[in-house]
Design a protein around this ligand. Structure first.
Ligand code: RFL
Ligand code: PHB
Length: 391
């Protein structure tokens, strides 16, 4: 098989890239290691920035998001039993949208399959060859048979544990990492959500109340890395959430049947440069942020918008200039997004290594934000827009 762009991974990065390339008449093949059901069932992000919303709309694929997505105008932060309300449109003129990543993925997959363009599930890429030549080859396994895909460019959109980043020869890529020694236990529950997205910093740890619809809540608790799902019965989860949210009489947060759970560890990570020869890396394959800023999906979309623009310029003019600038064009935006996510994580979580002194300064920062509109605006403007790029 032969194509112009071989895309590894049908997560948000790979799927958005395929549709963007298609708009420019550029052919691609997507190879996805997992099944369609698995790719569509993975519960992850929920907050879409304007850049992501506009991209989906410009592709003509935003109908369901516009019907079912929820506009989010408020971001609340609680501490010491008080609530800081960030009025996002009032502070920034913008808001964000809540629409589950798996819904975005379902919409992108359905449109791709309908167009008849190749998206092959259960096709695990096992080896990459000739990345520094003008004829790279992707080796993958499908239905028990080893096959190859020849292409001009390879897009490594295969997430943090993918194969593409590892295919870059040692020493040519620099990585920067910060690991956290806690995780997020996330659940979906059939329960009416709180009116606003609410983050809390409690002595017992961080918690977050988000939503997926007017009857489905998406809820998170900071938990030790050693915890498993079995450690958290439904009643223990709800009790802890009420406590951390300062919901003293248990009336504010609606309980309901928990129907999905996951535990995700937190890390910050960036690999640079995002290119090696004709391999281009995008999304979680090259950067991870802790989820407190709700940025991972939005960053992935911003990356592939830049990548598509560079590839489109190559196919129309033959110039590699845009392709060679791809990484440099993305890096500052990514570092700014990492900084914001790390800052919010530091502001809102309990750290084992914190002394009472550091806990004091953390709470003092929350006091400052509560009393300063400029401090609120600084957070709000990064929350609503760090991932917009020129198309
Ligand atoms: P993905 O989604 O991991 O997709 C990569 C795909 O590549 C496939 N793959 C392979 N395919 C073929 N051959 C191989 N050898 C392969 N190896 C891997 C995988 O099967 C997979 O399908 O990466 P992508 O596309 O870069 O997308 C990134 C986002 O998924 C991620 O950044 C976000 O989910 C992060 N995130 C959030 N982002 C937001 O913008 N807003 C949020 O509100 C938000 N909340 C979150 C989050 C991530 C979370 N977790 C689970 C870490 C909340 C949580 C709890
Ligand atoms: C979510 O709705 O899943 C969500 C919201 C805000 C975050 C992370 C995840 O910071």
């Amino acid at each position: 098989m032969k194509t112009q762009v071989g895309i590894i991974g049908a997560g948000p990065a790979g799927l958005f890239l395929s549709h963007l390339l298609n708009q420019h008449g550029i052919e691609s093949v997507i190879l996805e290691a997992r099944s369609r059901a698995y790719a569509e069932g993975r519960v992850r992000a929920g907050v879409l920035e304007a850049g992501t919303i506009n991209t989906l709309n410009n592709l003509g694929l935003g109908d369901r998001m516009n019907r079912e997505g929820l506009v989010d105008n408020g971001l609340d932060m609680r501490f010491r039993g008080r609530t800081i309300h960030l009025d996002l449109p009032g502070l920034t003129g913008r808001s964000v949208k809540i629409y589950g990543q798996q819904e975005v993925v379902k919409d992108l997959i359905a449109a791709r399959l309908e167009s008849g363009d190749p998206l092959i599930f259960d096709a695990e890429v096992i080896r990459l060859e000739g990345l520094d030549s003008d004829a790279p080859r992707i080796h993958y396994r499908h239905e028990g048979i080893e096959k190859t895909l020849d292409c001009l460019f390879v897009a490594g959109c295969d997430g943090f544990h993918g194969i593409a980043r590892a295919a870059v020869p040692e020493g040519l890529i620099q990585t920067y990492t910060r690991e956290y020694d806690f995780a997020w236990l996330g659940v979906l529950a059939h329960a009416a959500p709180m009116a606003d997205m609410t983050y809390t910093n409690h002595d017992r740890g961080f918690a977050l109340c988000s939503r997926r619809s007017m009857s489905i809540s998406r809820l998170y608790l900071q938990v030790p890395l050693s915890d498993t799902q079995e450690d958290w019965s439904d009643s223990r989860f709800w009790d802890e959430l009420h406590t951390r949210m300062f919901d003293g009489n248990g009336q504010e947060i609606q309980e309901g049947k928990i129907f999905q759970r996951d535990i995700a560890r937190l890390r910050s990570y960036i690999a640079q440069p995002m290119q090696y020869g004709n391999l281009f890396l995008a999304g979680d394959a090259v950067h991870i942020v802790p989820p407190a800023g709700a940025k991972g999906l939005n960053m992935a979309v911003a990356d592939v918008r830049v990548l598509c623009r560079s590839m489109a310029a190559f196919f129309s003019t033959g110039s590699r200039a845009g392709l060679d600038r791809y990484s440099a064009e993305c890096e500052q935006r990514i570092w700014k997004t990492i900084r914001f996510s790390v800052h919010l994580t530091g502001l809102l979580h309990r750290f084992n290594e914190h002394t009472p002194f550091e806990r004091g300064t953390q709470l003092a920062e929350l006091e400052h934000i509560a009393s300063s509109e400029s401090a609120q605006r600084m957070i709000a403007e990064q929350y609503v827009n760090l991932s917009d790029v020129a198309d």
